[in-house]
Design a protein around this ligand. Structure first.
Ligand code: UD1
Length: 386
């Protein structure tokens, strides 16, 4: 079986790495890796290939940044000939970025089975581009590989036939388990004199939080307040750095000695900072999960999450952008009253093994079904009318 795996943006790398490594353990499986180039800076892409031992891609589409339409269309146009040439048995897409949807669409239209890893997550907030990508990818995917029970329930309520859903657990936690002992302090750890459990770690890059001067200035004011008590360490995503400069906020960000700004960090250094912190403030999806797996309290600066299990089982608390709420939760964390949770089922470091088992089971059936399409008026496999 030839398994084509797609990566494009930073959060994809930690999900694809364990899958590629698992495929390589099976002599009868061939991995094909395609990098769309949605993220292209060394710190947003190459560093992750290095840290996570991801092999050189078989094809690099070098699509780069752009509007949603331009980026999604650019990936589609560049991916189509690569897919035709590689002729895989299945295309594996992960997560919810523009590259995920673009490659799923191309594969579905060329009649190649699509497996979606991290299927079924829903924030029910269609103002988020990722929610559109999740809905659309799941609607056209053949094999839906979910991280948690809530995801299964979402898919079933949307009419997806249960035989196309497999709960495999959280593949990003495979990477965390593999890399935990190899986490290393970044240079800013020494430069800023950080100490275990005595700082907060911040990641923030969602358009809703950083794309207006009011909102970005609002969060900056909150971090300015917190840094009076403990250092706040904030590696800047390129989008956030660009907005701080564009809105003239960089000087006020630099005025506080306890606000430690930095470049985007490689995986192992980010993992070190997260695992050693008192707590985390984030708007990232992946960081909500990683903090739950590490048992580190997490305040999510969003009104909703597509990962509710991190709230019900894990260490996550949704705080939106409410200044008083955030300061109150931070005080609780610093006083040792931060939320403690437990690791959700199947977040155990073995999701990639279950993904490969599911592909072995379901891909042959998908391919057979493609060769004998359903009659025009028969119900479709997902339970919708024909
Ligand atoms: C994308 C994903 C988001 C994910 C995030 C993680 C979509 C819709 N969004 O958002 O879900 O959480 O990645 O990082 O797919 N840029 C660089 N260098 C890079 C990449 C981007 O400088 O290597 C800059 C560009 O100016 C670009 C901006 O960052 O315009 C945003 O990048 P883009 O890929 O459009 O979206 P993200 O905000 O990174």
């Amino acid at each position: 079986m030839r398994i084509l795996c797609v990566v494009g943006a930073r959060p994809n790398f930690m999900k694809i790495a364990p899958i590629i490594h698992e495929i390589r353990r099976h002599p009868d499986l061939t991995p094909i890796l395609v990098h769309t180039g949605q993220h292209y800076d060394a710190s947003m892409s190459d560093a992750f290939f290095r840290d996570l031992d991801i092999p050189e891609p078989d094809a690099h589409l070098r699509v780069g940044s752009g509007s949603h339409a331009a980026q999604t269309a650019g990936v589609m146009i560049a991916f189509e000939p690569v897919l035709s040439q590689q002729a895989p048995d299945v295309v594996v897409v992960v997560g919810d970025v523009n590259s995920t949807l673009a490659c799923a669409l191309v594969a579905a239209k060329l009649g190649v089975p699509v497996a979606h890893v991290e299927a079924g997550l829903r924030s029910r907030d269609r103002t988020m581009p990722e929610e559109i990508n999740r809905l659309a990818t799941d609607a056209i995917a053949d094999i839906l590989l979910t991280p948690s029970e809530d995801a299964d329930a979402n898919l079933r309520s949307e009419g997806v036939a249960p035989e196309r859903i497999r709960r495999v657990g959280n593949v990003m936690i495979d990477t965390l388990v593999q890399q935990r002992a190899r986490a290393t302090p970044p240079s800013l750890w020494h430069e800023a004199g950080l100490a275990e459990g005595r700082y907060l770690y911040v990641t923030m890059h969602r358009p809703a939080n950083v794309d207006t001067p009011e909102m970005l200035g609002h969060f900056l004011g909150i971090f300015g307040e917190i840094q009076r008590r403990v250092p706040v360490v904030w590696p800047l995503h390129p989008r956030t750095r660009a907005r701080l400069a564009e809105f003239g906020l960089m000087d006020s960000a630099r005025q506080w000695p306890g606000l430690v700004l930095g470049e985007p960090l490689p995986y192992r250094e980010s993992l070190w900072l997260m695992a050693s912190s008192a707590g985390v403030i984030t708007d990232s999806g992946g960081v909500q999960e990683e903090t739950t797996a590490l048992g580190i309290p997490c305040l999510t600066a969003r009104p909703n999450t597509e990962r509710p299990i991190t709230v019900t089982h894990g260490t996550n608390t949704l705080v939106g952008s409410d200044r008083e709420r955030i300061l109150c939760e931070v005080a609780a964390i610093l006083d040792g009253r931060g939320k403690r949770g437990r690791t959700p089922p199947l977040w155990d470091g073995h999701a990639a093994e279950r993904i490969i088992a599911a592909l072995r089971e379901l891909v042959p059936a998908c391919r057979a079904a493609r060769q004998s399409p359903a009659p025009a008026h028969a119900p479709r496999a997902n339970g919708e009318p024909g």
